[in-house]
Write a new protein. Structure first.
Length: 213
């Protein structure tokens, strides 16, 4: 399977959703609380990688408004275009984190809010480990997922057919720890996106720190 084949499903889904995704999720109080916890620990002018940056709101916009230097990457051309227009103070690139080289320790923090769910479990492990290496020792990684034990499950997300893979909460925490990260805070919640075709979903937000040294 080529990288393009692997990239396409998520790109197709989020190209189709566009601003509907932002309307459904941008007002999420748990997401904003996670960002607030991250902001409390970031030094001024930190460099932050936002994986699966979507429309740029709320993550990149919140971080950039606080004076941080944000690089967002996303597999969806529509999302990258929206983000670049909506958050001009950040930088956005069309890229798949799985095939993107990231220099070790080149960021102060990295975020991946719900951007792992259409990857295989092996890819999710590899991406979290890559994000751990991408931040400097002592750097921060903010993650959010849907903590359910499913693998390549067919479903419908906001009217779009999807295939999703995830871990339960305990297994996801273990994955994060195995990547060399120490969990600083976590929140489990049930959130209903603001969309007529959306259903309530469990969510897990973790903030972790790369082990120093």
């Amino acid at each position: 399977m080529t990288e393009e084949d692997r990239r396409a499903p998520a790109a197709v889904v989020f190209d189709a959703l566009g601003l509907d995704y932002e309307r459904a999720f941008a007002a999420s109080a748990p997401h904003r609380a996670s960002l607030a916890r991250l902001l409390e620990l970031l030094a001024p002018g930190s460099r932050v990688l936002d994986v699966g940056s979507g429309t740029g709101r709320p993550t990149a916009q919140t971080l950039a408004a606080a004076g941080h230097r944000v690089l967002g990457i996303d597999v969806s051309p529509v999302m990258v275009d929206l983000a670049a227009r909506q958050v001009p103070e950040a930088e956005f690139r069309l890229a798949d984190i799985r095939g993107t080289a990231v220099a070790e320790g080149s960021f102060d923090a990295a975020c991946a809010y719900f951007s792992l769910l259409q990857m295989t479990r092996d890819d999710q492990r590899a991406v979290v480990a890559k994000l751990a290496r991408a931040v400097r020792p002592g750097g921060l990684v903010a993650l959010a997922t849907v903590p359910v034990d499913v693998e390549d499950a067919e479903g419908v997300f906001m009217g779009q057919p999807v295939r999703a893979t995830s871990f339960d909460a305990e297994a996801f925490r273990a994955l994060v720890t195995a990547a060399g990260l120490t969990v600083l805070s976590e929140e489990e919640t049930l959130f209903t996106p603001d969309h007529p075709r959306a259903a309530p979903e469990p969510q897990l937000f973790l903030l972790a720190r790369r082990t120093a040294g």
